[in-house]
Design a protein around this ligand. Structure first.
Ligand SMILES: [Zn+2]
Length: 119
């Protein structure tokens, strides 16, 4: 059965928009490499910051960095899946070349492997 590519493309584009919005709050896009994002420092007043505030700020930066990595990695998966749609190989397992179960794609439109070869 042929996949409804419009449905998956729409789902992927919606998630991409959401991810870019979330990334935009904690990071700025690397102007030289669009898929790379750099975490921005938390917006606190460094000039008047006491020692513990600086520690808080560093902790917040660490949190943002972890979050940013997760979002950026997810965004890469989304972009890869969109590229697969463009190339006409969406829904085909990257590892074994078999068709990916539609239920798996519905649960995760960015899946590029079948259940057997997935993580
Ligand atoms: Zn496979």
């Amino acid at each position: 059965m042929a996949l409804n590519l419009d449905y998956f493309k729409k789902a992927l584009l919606e998630e991409k928009k959401k991810l870019e919005g979330e990334l935009g709050e904690i990071a700025v896009r690397n102007p030289d490499q669009k898929s790379d994002w750099n975490v921005t420092y938390p917006d606190m007043n460094v000039m008047s910051a006491a020692k513990e505030e600086v520690a808080d700020q560093e902790e917040e930066f660490e949190n943002r960095s972890g979050l940013e990595l997760g979002l950026e990695s997810r965004l890469r998966d989304i972009n890869e899946a969109l590229e697969h749609i463009r190339l006409g190989k969406y829904g085909v397992c990257e590892v074994g070349g078999e068709e990916i179960d539609e239920a798996r794609l519905k649960a995760n439109p960015a899946a590029v492997t079948c259940v057997k070869h997935g993580n």
